[in-house]
Design a protein around this ligand. Structure first.
Ligand SMILES: NC(=O)c1ccc[n+]([C@@H]2O[C@H](COP(=O)([O-])OP(=O)(O)OC[C@H]3O[C@@H](n4cnc5c(N)ncnc54)[C@H](OP(=O)(O)O)[C@@H]3O)[C@@H](O)[C@H]2O)c1
Length: 241
């Protein structure tokens, strides 16, 4: 691996926001390590992006410690990571149950996928993170707003935000971001609004420039809204033109 090459590990890269980001980074020449559970879909993504860059993809579940270890072996084999993007997540039951009716087993599963797995992923690759590596946790506005029905998912994203924030203060040599991508037209969003028309929501590609700025520039660690950062970037481009 050439010293100037950059490598990102993206969880949940077979659909939705993770796929859009993988495509964006492939276009910019990043090497990619990708994962998701559906092997066939992930294989299609690998085949598509391998035309542009070096792509390694292993199917599996990020809640499985052995799978995270396998991804970490790949990360070391790539000479380390410039970025870890913890994007894979679980919505929980659909339709979204009110807190008083939230099945506790379902809450445990959501916490496992949205809190324990991202931390486990980070711990697995900690020795593979290059100096100044970016750690990006995809969270949600449900982490900070009390939307009815979003209690289980929102609590998990709030926990992920706090873990990521503390990680940043404990590791000032890393650049650590926790990012609300905003509402997006994806499978997860459709599951949150079963039977509803979500065609007015932006496609995930719209948020990719903001995420790439976090991964390639040197913004301070912190919480970002991809939509707000995108507007700032668009305004900056307009005033420079
Ligand atoms: N869409 C929105 O409006 C919205 C808003 C705020 C935040 N977010 C957050 O943005 C992130 C991406 O969401 P999205 O809307 O793009 O979701 P999505 O369309 O449902 O895609 C989720 C991706 O993650 C993979 N995945 C899910 N669980 C996994 C697991 N346990 N192990 C490995 N891979 C797994 C899925 O593939 P497999 O199913 O094959 O594993 C898929 O590639 C999530 O963290 C979500 O909470 C989304």
């Amino acid at each position: 691996m050439h010293a100037t090459e950059r490598t990102a590990l993206i969880t949940g890269a077979s659909r939705g926001l993770g796929l859009a980001l993988a495509r964006g980074l492939a276009h910019r020449g990043w090497n990619l390590i990708l994962t998701a559970r559906d092997a066939e879909r992930l294989g299609d993504v690998r085949d598509e992006l391998a035309r542009q860059t070096h792509v390694a993809a292993i199917p599996g579940d990020v809640t499985d410690a052995r799978h995270r270890d396998a991804l970490a072996v790949l990360a070391r084999g790539h000479g380390g990571l410039d970025a870890l993007i913890n994007n894979a997540g679980a919505l929980g039951p659909s339709p979204l149950p009110p807190v008083l009716e939230y099945p506790l087993e379902a809450l445990r599963a959501v916490l496992e996928a949205n809190v324990v797995a991202p931390l486990g992923m980070l711990q697995a690759v900690r020795d593979a993170l290059k100096p100044g590596a970016r750690v990006l946790s995809i969270t949600s506005d449900a982490a900070v707003n009390a939307y009815p029905g979003w209690g289980g998912y929102g609590a998990s994203k709030a926990a992920l935000e706090q873990l990521t924030a503390v990680l940043g203060t404990e590791n000032p040599t890393l650049r650590v971001y926790w990012v609300d991508p905003g509402d997006l037209r994806t499978d997860m969003h459709q599951a949150a609004y079963p039977g509803e028309d979500i065609s007015d929501r932006p496609l995930p590609e719209v948020r990719v420039p903001a995420l790439i700025t976090l991964l390639e520039d040197a913004l301070p660690s912190g919480r970002y809204s991809a939509a707000s950062l995108g507007t700032v970037l668009a305004n900056a481009r307009e005033s420079a033109a």
